[in-house]
Design a protein around this ligand. Structure first.
Ligand SMILES: [Zn+2]
Length: 302
């Protein structure tokens, strides 16, 4: 019996091919994320899938920066967002409409929790945002046409990156896991050979059950699925929960409300208190802090 890996992401390559992969397991980083709010089980599982998805995608980045997945809609789930940086720091949040949520969870069969599209409602979208530390931010937005986040991300890759990508995500409120297989455009295989090989690997990967994905070690999973392939597994990266909020960033976000709005806030309470939704850190800003934020904005505008 193999013990599962914890809070690790590992890259692998299929030798003599143009196909790469990422395998991921989250445990305490996921549990810390969930401990910041009291999420219903269906939302906690989705948050695990979002975290796993963001972590897998961050493994595909070729530069330093962060990647976030954010879905929003008009259903019982208003917003769900997960972010992963190149330092392997993760954070996530979900916002629900409690009145609608109670109904959608009651209506759902106990065995089959409502999926992404059902919870978000009609016309929901998924935004994939890549924030490089240097250079332009990139955002791709796709409509959510499936209850499965894996399928939404696969169509994101087809549309935006034009890379054949297979993604498998699982989460159960305690652990979250992900597997990605991607065919790269250039390299040693002919287009047809690469496509056929990729399909074969996806077929093998789809035999993995959610339970196996959540309970087995990376080595066992990869051996079970791909023992006939020659596979190179790289050193794992450690994933952890960490919030990137700071006093300066929070003040900047506050300043975006505009001077008048902030004057009204200060008239009510001085200092103004802001709580980070990801980590619950409290920030206090006095009138002088807020005025200095506007001074520095004006200074940079000139
Ligand atoms: Zn924070």
């Amino acid at each position: 019996m193999s013990t599962p890996d914890r809070d690790q992401r590992q890259r692998f390559l299929f030798e003599h091919s143009d196909i790469r992969g990422e395998i991921l397991s989250l445990e305490s980083s996921y549990q810390t994320t969930l401990s910041k709010a009291n999420y219903p089980p269906a939302i906690a599982r989705l948050l695990g899938e979002f975290l796993a998805g963001a972590c897998l995608l961050s493994g595909t980045l070729k530069f330093e920066g962060s990647i976030s997945l954010q879905a929003s809609g008009r259903g019982s789930l208003r917003l769900i967002m997960a972010e992963c940086s190149h330092h392997q720091n993760i954070r996530a949040i979900a916002q629900t409409r409690p009145d609608l949520l109670a109904t959608s969870l009651d209506e759902a069969n106990a065995e089959e929790a409502p999926g992404l599209k059902t919870l978000l409602g009609a016309n929901a979208t998924l935004a994939v945002t890549i924030n490089p530390e240097r250079g332009e931010r990139y955002q791709g937005i796709i409509p959510i046409e499936s209850d499965s986040l894996s399928q939404c991300l696969e169509s994101y890759f087809r549309q935006s990156e034009q890379l054949a990508t297979g993604i498998w995500l699982s989460a159960n409120g305690q652990r979250a896991a992900g597997l990605l297989i991607q065919a790269l455009p250039e390299g040693v295989q002919s287009t047809d050979a690469r496509e056929e090989h990729w399909r074969h690997l996806c077929h093998l990967a789809s035999t993995l059950s959610a339970q196996e994905q959540l309970e087995l070690s990376h080595n066992t999973i990869l051996h079970r699925l791909f023992h006939e392939q020659s596979l190179r597994l790289f050193t794992p990266a450690e994933m952890s929960f960490s919030c990137t909020c700071s006093s300066a960033r929070t003040l900047e976000a506050l300043a975006s409300f505009g001077k008048e709005e902030l004057q009204a806030m200060l008239a009510e309470t001085n200092p103004v208190e802001v709580t980070c939704q990801f980590c619950h850190h409290h920030y206090h800003f006095t009138r002088a802090d807020i005025e200095s934020a506007f001074k520095s904005t004006t200074a940079t505008m000139h």
